[in-house]
Design a binder for this molecule. Structure first.
Ligand SMILES: *Cc1c(COP(=O)(O)O)cnc(C)c1O
Length: 456
């Protein structure tokens, strides 16, 4: 290791990756094929062509290792990419650890998170295919704001179904989306058959990502000039996020470092996959060794307590059935503040890697996560998104383990976004009103009974 005295490693614009890295080229075991809810057989591309453009459907199943980033997309990336890689020197000092802690900061995008990396690509391919409107769901509002910006850049319209509890608790994200020209509705809404069915059963439903997905997909399937965009979970979304890990690898090489641990928080798996996959390329082909750690909330412990099974990606059962770790598509997590981590399922790629023992996972209750967030804010200055704070918690624990073992480990984590729109959650924590929302095993059992029967 060279004697690096600095605090951050920057790249220049010409070093923005020219290709996305497709991990499907290197996985020995690929995820099982998505199943059509209509036929019970593997999904035919025509079925999905109603809601996705051909270019993205091709990326979904491609096994080509590198896929070229279109010029227009790469030029838009130049607004905020390459993103900085920081060494968390003040946090290291506070922890008195011999470990080095490095973080890739995706909060410098105008959306404030990594989500713009895929939003731009998806909006671009849809416009190229002649689409005029994109529908989508959003939880905490990060994905909705990223897609709203992306649609404004490429000149199409954006319609967002926002989980009702967030719509009510986080008006600023809604205003932000509207400022970028999007129309935003609280989900479940009266605008769709799936929304009306949910409200008929439970008029006070606070919504969930699964419900909002049902609404957005239903509308996209009905209109010819309208498609649907998903902010995580699918293979093409994780593909687009690999600019993060490719840059981080180059940045660490510049200072002669190789990470012993690579950490990301996991909601649907996209920021985690984005950072980890380019490192996993070499782990899979045997030229690199590192622990790769996915971090999730204990109130929504998809990898650590879910089952590996076929399940719907939404509540109404409109989407293809994916093999993944899942808590059951009816699962509605208790009101935890990391809205972006409240999803019942997980990326099939990340699920397969976890199932095959290639990556590790850990779950944390929210109070120790917020404690880590504030320690980070007070030493590094950036107030992290509550989602990203899960990765910080794990990075701190790895640094403390290295201290106990007297080892100089190199820890890398993804700071997927800033928390400037999450001040209400921070206030809850600072006033001592935040509880460690438990995961109910009984509830879990019930939800797992509604998994679709596939292949029987
Ligand atoms: C949406 C979001 C997440 C969770 O989604 P993934 O697809 O798992 O990355 C994490 N961090 C931030 C800042 C987010 O906006």
């Amino acid at each position: 290791m060279s004697d690096f005295q600095g605090t951050k490693v920057l790249l220049d614009e010409s070093e923005i990756p020219t290709h996305w890295y497709n991990i499907q080229a290197d996985m020995k075991q690929l995820p099982a094929p998505p199943i059509s809810p209509a036929t019970g057989k593997p999904v035919a591309p025509e079925e999905l062509a109603r809601i996705f453009p051909a270019a993205l459907l091709q990326q979904e199943v491609s096994t080509e290792r590198f896929i070229e980033i279109p010029d227009e997309v790469r030029r838009i990336y130049q607004l905020w990419r390459p993103t900085p890689l920081y060494r968390a020197r003040r946090l290291e000092a506070a922890l008195q650890t011999p470990a080095e802690i490095w973080y890739k900061y995706e909060g410098v995008s105008p959306a404030g998170s990594h989500k713009l990396n895929t939003a731009i690509a998806q909006a671009y391919y849809n416009r190229e295919a002649g689409i005029r409107h994109l529908t989508t769901e959003t939880g905490a509002g990060q994905w909705g704001s990223a897609l709203a910006i992306a649609c404004a850049f490429v000149g199409i319209h954006c319609e967002v179904y926002m989980v009702k509890v967030s719509y009510e608790q986080k008006p600023y994200r809604r205003i932000l989306m509207e400022s970028y020209g999007a129309d935003v509705y609280a989900s479940p809404s009266e605008r769709t058959a799936s929304g009306r069915a949910i409200l008929a059963k439970d008029p006070n439903s606070t919504g969930s990502l699964g419900m909002a997905i049902s609404e957005a997909v239903e509308l996209a399937a009905q209109r010819d000039d309208t498609n649907y965009a998903l902010g995580s979970v699918l293979n093409h979304v994780l593909l687009h996020q690999t600019v993060i890990g490719q840059e981080a690898k180059k940045q660490l090489e510049k200072v002669d470092r190789a990470p012993d641990v690579v950490i990301g928080c996991v909601g649907g798996g996209s920021n985690f996959g984005g950072l980890a996959f380019p490192f996993l390329q070499e782990i899979l082909n045997g030229t690199r060794k590192a622990k790769v750690l996915a971090v999730e909330p204990q109130a929504c412990p998809t990898l650590t307590q879910g089952v590996f099974a076929y399940d719907y990606a939404d509540v109404a059962g409109l989407t293809p059935i994916l093999q993944m770790y899942t808590l059951g598509h009816d699962f509605v997590p208790t009101g935890i503040h990391a809205g972006g981590l409240r999803y019942h399922g997980d990326s099939p790629l990340v699920s397969q890697l976890y199932h095959d023992g290639i990556i590790d996972a850990v779950a944390y209750p929210q109070r120790p996560v917020f404690e880590a967030a504030l320690q980070f804010a007070r030493t590094e200055g950036t107030l992290p998104a509550p989602e990203s704070a899960h990765a910080i918690r794990a990075a701190i624990d790895e640094a403390l383990a290295a201290k106990a073992a007297g080892e100089k480990r190199v820890i890398l984590f993804n700071l997927s976004g800033h928390g400037n729109f999450d001040l209400a959650a921070y206030e809850e924590y600072l006033r001592g009103r935040l509880t460690d929302a438990p995961y109910s095993e009984a509830e879990a059992e019930k939800n797992l009974q509604s998994l679709p029967k596939v292949g029987v």
